[in-house]
Write a protein that binds this ligand. Structure first.
Ligand SMILES: Cc1cc2nc3c(=O)[nH]c(=O)nc-3n(C[C@H](O)[C@H](O)[C@H](O)COP(=O)(O)OP(=O)(O)OC[C@H]3O[C@@H](n4cnc5c(N)ncnc54)[C@H](O)[C@@H]3O)c2cc1C
Length: 442
C-alpha cells in the first residue's frame, strides 16, 4: 500500500466495475472508501442471474487478450490464471444464409461483394488499425469515412446494416471514431501474441470475478453498502460533500472529503445538487443507447460462431452471440447459451414492451433463422434490459464532454461517457477509472 501524505474519506456512488476499481485504487493509496450500490449485489452491467439451474452474466461478456487492464485487476484478485482462452469464429447472416468469416479464405469466398469490394473492405480494416491520431476522425462522419475507404456497395451491404444494428439511427450523427475503435479492439486481440482471434472467460462468468473482487475490497477495508441507493449529493452545512441515501425504509446522510459519482451523466446531473446550468446542460447532452438482451438456454448449439453478425433487417436483434461457442458446456449445465441483443435509441417503444412480448418476438425470429429449432429445445428464455449503455460518439465528442471535476467542491463525475477513443467494455471502463483518478489525485 502506498500511503498518501493526506489520507482522505471518499464516498463512491455506483458499485459496478467503475466504482469497484476506483475503490480498489483509492484504498491502495491509503484512503478510506465507502462504496454505495443501490442493487442487492455489486456488479451493475456485469451482474449475473439464474437461468434455470445455472447462473451466468445477464449480458454477454468476453475478455480479449489485449484487455491488459482487466487482466491486471484479475491478477490482483487471483483470477488471471483461471482465464480460459478459446479460438473463436465469426459468422455473417445475410439474405437468409449463414456464412463463416473467420479467415482470409472465407473472406475471399464471401458472396455479394466482388473482388474489388473485398479488397476495399480489407483495406478499410488495415487503414483503421494503423491510424494513431483518432482525434481527426472525430471530425468526420462514420458514413463519409467508410464510403471513402470501402465504397458505396460495401458500405450499403455490410457497414450500414452493422452500424444500424449497433447504433440504431444514431449512426447518422456518429463520428468515424466509433468504427476506428471497434476495428482497433478486434485487431488488437489478433495482434496480442497470437494471430488467431482468442477470447477469454473466467469459469463461472463475471459472478466469479465480482465475488473475488468484493472479497478483495472487503480485505482492503472498503465499506461496501449494497442496497443503499444514493438520492442526493451536495455540500453539507459543514462545507463538505455529503451523500444522502436510502437503505430499506431508512434515509440517512454521510459526509465525506471527496465524492465520486459513477452513474450515467443525465442521472448524475439529477443526483448532484449545486451544479451550474452549463454543467447540467452538458451532462444532459450526453446521449445513451439502451439495450434489450434476450438470453436463451438451448439443449443444443445453433452454430459454431461466437458472434453472428446480421445484415437482414427483418431480424429484430443485432446479432446472435453464442456463449457456448466460447464457454465449455460443462460450465453451463450441459446447455447452449445464446444471447440476442438489440441496441435502441432513447425512447424506442420496444424498450417498454412486456417481457413475454419480447420473448415471443425474439424467439420466433430465432426459429426463422434456424428453422430446425423447435419449442422443445428452449429450456430458458429471459429478458435483460439496461437503459444507459453505449454513449453516442457524435462529431467532436471528446471536446463537448463534461469535466470530471464539477463546480461542487470535492464532487467528481466519472463514468463510461469518458471513453472517448474506445468501445464500451470492461477494459476501457477500468482505463477511465484509473486515468481519471490519477488526474484527480495529481
Ligand atoms: C450487452 C452488453 C454486452 C457487453 N459485452 C462486453 C464484453 O463482451 N466485454 C467487456 O469487456 N465489456 C462488455 N460490456 C461492457 C461492460 O459491461 C461495461 O463496460 C461495464 O460493466 C460498465 O461498468 P460501470 O461501473 O461503468 O457501469 P454499471 O455497471 O452500470 O454500474 C453502475 C452501478 O451504479 C448502480 N447505481 C445506479 N443508481 C444508483 C444510486 N442511485 N445509488 C447507488 N448506486 C446506483 C447500478 O446499480 C450499477 O451497479 C457489455 C455491456 C453490455 C450492456
Amino acid at each position: 500500500m502506498i500511503l498518501n501524505k493526506e489520507s482522505k474519506k471518499w464516498g463512491i456512488v455506483g458499485g459496478g466495475i467503475m466504482g469497484m476499481t476506483l475503490a480498489h485504487r483509492l484504498v491502495k493509496q491509503g484512503h478510506t472508501v465507502t462504496l454505495f450500490e443501490s442493487a442487492s449485489e455489486l456488479g451493475g452491467l456485469v451482474s449475473s442471474w439464474k437461468m434455470g439451474d445455472i447462473e451466468w452474466d445477464k449480458f454477454y461478456h468476453v475478455i480479449l487478450l489485449s484487455d491488459f487492464r482487466t487482466r491486471n485487476i484479475l491478477e490482483e484478485i487471483g483470477l488471471e490464471d483461471k482465464i480460459e482462452w478459446v479460438e473463436t469464429k465469426t459468422g455473417f447472416y445475410m439474405k437468409g444464409k449463414l456464412y463463416s468469416m473467420s479467415d482470409t479464405i472465407e473472406f475471399l469466398k464471401f458472396p455479394t461483394l466482388n473482388l474489388l469490394d473485398k479488397f476495399r473492405l480489407g483495406l478499410t480494416i488495415i487503414v483503421a488499425s494503423n491510424i494513431k491520431n483518432w482525434k481527426r476522425l472525430e471530425k468526420i462522419n462514420v458514413t463519409t469515412w467508410l464510403k471513402r475507404w470501402s465504397g458505396s456497395n460495401t458500405y450499403n451491404k455490410i457497414w450500414l446494416p452493422l452500424l444500424r444494428a449497433k447504433l440504431g439511427e444514431s449512426y447518422q450523427k456518429t463520428s468515424a471514431v466509433f468504427i476506428w475503435a471497434t476495428i482497433q479492439r478486434l485487431y488488437g486481440a489478433r495482434r496480442s501474441g497470437l494471430k488467431k482471434e482468442m477470447f477469454g472467460f473466467v469459469p463461472g462468468g463475471y459472478k466469479t470475478v465480482i465475488e473475488s473482487f468484493k472479497k478483495k475490497l472487503i480485505s482492503e477495508k472498503v465499506f461496501i453498502k449494497i442496497a443503499h441507493a444514493a438520492n442526493e449529493v451536495k455540500i453539507s452545512d459543514n462545507n463538505k460533500p455529503q451523500i444522502s441515501f436510502t437503505h430499506g425504509i431508512v434515509d440517512e446522510t454521510e459526509e465525506f472529503d471527496e465524492v465520486i459519482v459513477t452513474l450515467p451523466s443525465g442521472i448524475a446531473a439529477k443526483l448532484c445538487t449545486g451544479l451550474s446550468i452549463q454543467e447540467v446542460a452538458k451532462l444532459n447532452d450526453v446521449e445513451y443507447l439502451s439495450v434489450i438482451c434476450v438470453a436463451v438456454l438451448l439443449d443444443k448449439s445453433i452454430s459454431q460462431f461466437y458472434v453472428t453478425n446480421i445484415t437482414d433487417d427483418w431480424v429484430p436483434f443485432t446479432g446472435v452471440i453464442e456463449m457456448s461457442a466460447l464457454v465449455d458446456k460443462k460450465y453451463l449445465g450441459g446447455n447452449a447459451l445464446v444471447y440476442l441483443p438489440k441496441y435502441l435509441v432513447a425512447n424506442d417503444p420496444l424498450f417498454d414492451w412486456g417481457d413475454d412480448e419480447i420473448k415471443t418476438y425474439f424467439t420466433d425470429n430465432l426459429k426463422k433463422m434456424y428453422p430446425w429449432l423447435t419449442d422443445d429445445d428452449f429450456k430458458f428464455v429471459g429478458v435483460a434490459r439496461a437503459k444507459h449503455v453505449i454513449t453516442v460518439a457524435k462529431l467532436g465528442y471528446s471536446e463537448d464532454l463534461p469535466d470530471v471535476k464539477t463546480s461542487i467542491p470535492g464532487v467528481y463525475i466519472i463514468n463510461t461517457s469518458h471513453i472517448k477513443d474506445g468501445t464500451l467494455n470492461v477494459n476501457e471502463t477500468i482505463r477511465v477509472a484509473e486515468t481519471k483518478l490519477d488526474e484527480i489525485l495529481n
